[in-house]
Write a protein that binds this ligand. Structure first.
Ligand SMILES: O=C(O)CCC(=O)C(=O)O
Ligand SMILES: [Fe+2]
Length: 281
C-alpha cells in the first residue's frame, strides 16, 4: 500500500475535475498524499537539498535559498487550501480567512529542517519521532530522496510514505479537521529510526495565527458523518497541544477553552530524540 501520488499541474488542464477528485480522496481517505509537478522549480529544490545537507555552511547562500523556498511553498499551501475549499463546497478563502482573522493577522508559517542520523542500536531505539498528529493547518514536507522512515497510521496499520525525489508530501493538520468539521482528519504519523543513511526532511507548517479564532466552517461542510468541534483561539490550542502532542487527539479539543479570551505564544515543536533541526520562521 502506497500513499497517493498526484500530478498537481493537471489542475490547470482538461483533467482538472479528475485531479480535484484525487486531491479530495487524498484529503478524505488518507490525510497524506504526495504532489508531483507542484510548481516549485526542481532547480530550487536541488539547492535546498544542498544547503540543508551542508548544514548552512555558506550562510548567505543558504538563507537566500531558504527564503526563496519559503515563498514558493507558502504559495503552494494557499493554492492547495483553495482546492480543498472547492472540494468541500466552502467559499474561496475560508481557510485563509479563519487562519488570519479575516486578514487582521499573519498566518504562522515556518519551515523546520531536520536530520535523522543513522542509529547504531536499533535494538534499543525504534523511533526517530514518536506518533503524533500535526497541530496546525497544512504541512508540506520535502523529504529525503532515498532514506525513508516516515509512516502514517492507516486503518490500524503503519504505512510507509515512500521517498519520491522532488515530490512534496502534504498532510492535514488538526485545524483543517476542525474547520472542515471532521470531513478531513489529521492523521497519526511517526518516523522510524534507521540503521543506515542520514535522513533529511524539510517540513513547512502553514498554521493559523495564534490570535485566530478557529471553528467549523459554514453548514456546507457539515454532514451526518462529522463530529462537532468547538470554537477556540489557536494560541490556546497550542498551549494544550505542546503538553499533549503524543497523546490521543480528541481530549485536546475538549481541553481547549472556548474562544474569546487568552493571549498565548506559540511554543516551538519539541524535537525527537534522534533528530536535530533548525526552525526558520
Ligand atoms: O521529518 C519528518 O519526516 C516528519 C516530521 C514531522 O512529522 C513533524 O515535524 O511534525
Ligand atoms: Fe508531524
Amino acid at each position: 500500500m502506497a500513499i497517493p501520488v498526484i500530478d498537481f499541474s493537471k489542475l490547470e488542464g482538461k483533467e482538472r475535475a479528475e485531479t480535484l477528485a484525487q486531491i479530495g480522496n487524498g484529503c478524505q481517505q488518507w490525510g497524506f498524499f504526495q504532489l508531483v509537478n507542484h510548481g516549485i522549480p526542481v532547480e530550487l529544490l536541488e539547492r535546498v537539498k544542498k544547503v540543508c545537507t551542508e548544514c548552512y555552511r555558506h550562510r548567505a547562500e543558504a538563507f537566500k535559498t531558504m527564503r526563496e523556498y519559503r515563498t514558493e511553498v507558502k504559495k503552494l499551501a494557499e493554492k492547495l487550501m483553495e482546492t480543498m475549499e472547492e472540494n468541500l463546497g466552502l467559499e474561496k478563502g475560508t481557510f485563509k480567512n479563519q487562519f488570519t482573522g479575516n486578514g487582521e493577522h499573519e498566518p504562522f508559517f515556518a519551515t523546520k529542517v531536520s536530520h535523522y542520523p543513522p542509529c547504531p542500536r536499533l535494538d534499543l531505539v525504534e523511533l526517530g519521532l514518536r506518533p503524533h498528529t500535526d497541530a496546525g493547518g497544512v504541512i508540506l514536507l520535502f523529504q529525503d530522496d532515498h532514506v525513508g522512515g516516515l509512516q502514517i497510521l492507516k486503518d490500524g496499520e503503519w504505512v510507509d510514505v515512500q521517498p519520491l525525489a522532488n515530490a512534496i508530501v502534504i498532510n492535514i493538520g488538526d485545524q483543517i479537521e476542525v474547520v472542515s468539521n471532521g470531513r478531513y482528519k489529521s492523521v497519526w504519523h511517526r518516523v522510524l529510526a534507521t540503521g543506515n543513511g542520514n535522513r533529511r526532511s524539510v517540513a513547512s507548517f502553514y498554521n493559523p495565527s495564534v490570535k485566530a479564532v478557529i471553528c467549523p466552517a459554514s453548514a456546507s461542510a457539515v454532514d451526518e458523518t462529522t463530529g462537532a468541534y468547538p470554537e477556540f483561539l489557536f494560541g490556546d490550542y497550542m498551549d494544550v497541544y505542546v503538553k499533549q502532542k503524543y497523546m490521543p487527539k480528541e481530549p485536546r479539543f475538549e481541553a481547549v477553552p472556548s474562544s474569546g479570551v487568552g493571549d498565548s505564544l506559540l511554543s516551538p515543536d519539541g524535537f525527537g530524540m534522534l533528530r536535530f533541526g533548525l526552525l526558520l520562521s
